[in-house]
Design a binder for this molecule. Sequence first.
Ligand code: GCU
Length: 425
Amino acid sequence: MRTFKLFLIFSICIHMAFSQSDTNYDESKVPLFEVPDPLTSFSGEKINNAQDWARERKPELLQFFEKKVYGKVPGKLDDFSVKVLEHSDQAINGKAKRKQVELTFERNSKKLSFTILIYTPKKVAKAPVFLGHNFYGNHTISTDENVIISKAWARNNETFGIEENKLSEKSRGVRSSRWAIEKIIDGGFGLATIYYGEVDPDKNDFSDGVHRLLYDEQQQEPNTGEWGSIAGWAWGLSRAMDYFSQDSEIDESQVIVFGHSRLGKASLWAGVTDTRFAAVISNDSGCGGAALSKRRYGETINVINNSFPHWFCRNFRSYNENEEALPVDQHQLLALIAPRPLYVASAQEDRWADPHGEFLSAHYATPVYTLFGKEGIPSNKMPETNKPIQNTVAYHVRTGKHDVTDYDWEQYISWAKKFVVGPKN
Ligand code: GCU
């Protein structure tokens, strides 16, 4: 166990803690805390090898995150029908194929459908694929006019022309800058994406989205300890993975799950709960994602649970303003991905997501990778901005804001070529 030699100034009034003006952005005010050791079990037993990790430690940590943080999926919901809504061999300047595939789930006379937009490079017969949710609909990720506009609820956004919670032509391509499709295709990868609002609309309302398909009669919302929206979005990513196993153009053994911000929290949870994902990328996922909660830097557990009461399971609220009671921290979530490749990325100006806390988390997950003979992030000294460290665990902090940029994608592509597709390390 290691201790941070940093000071805490208890000056924050608990009742004011939701307001961002109370946010700590001062490294010297990060509380003193012990980093829970991924290699010591809850009963105090030291874990020395990969077998004991897999048999004893991994299951207890996984169970903790499931019960106390993201929530349990209360049943199985993995039968679906597939409908190819559209496909073409002439996408992305003739370099790629495009497919739009709708998956439909039915349970207790309730239905849920979501559409996966898939681009695969023509030059690769069975492509490795980046899979991630998008925030405002598949048609926002490029100017490709053939992409179908979702009819699902969307958050209004004046800049994107989204009114009355409906998506339209006005928002086509508005998020192109976040999805370097051409670079991905040129790199020999496919890209698959889903509008997360089709899996579960991002609002504190459990009468819609995937959760209701697993309710008992009369049930209105998940029980305490059952899944919130993040686990719902992760569920959607796993169902896309189910579909990939029946698509001959995709190499299901090389699917890299990716997500930005809240969707980075979802990609981490998907990567942890579903070992079929070959690798995991967290882009600026912050609190409840890659960042260490016990640092209380930027967004805190109390703030996130109050601003987004539907994201985590209700049990997580017992750690509001009570991080010291947590027997785990987010580096142990990252460690649950071992030995699979993991990339944690931050942005310098994204203090809300605590870049230093995201870095340290990747560093403190490293002993578990070492057990498997893989290289993580050995030093606890943050690298310089725009100087990535790329091992089986990779990390970079780039210049700029909370966003996904070409720079981020360039790193993900070169790293994935080496650690996912290329000769296995
Ligand atoms: C808010 C939230 C973050 C989240 C982000 C996003 O800022 O507080 O936790 O990551 O939204 O998803 O963009």
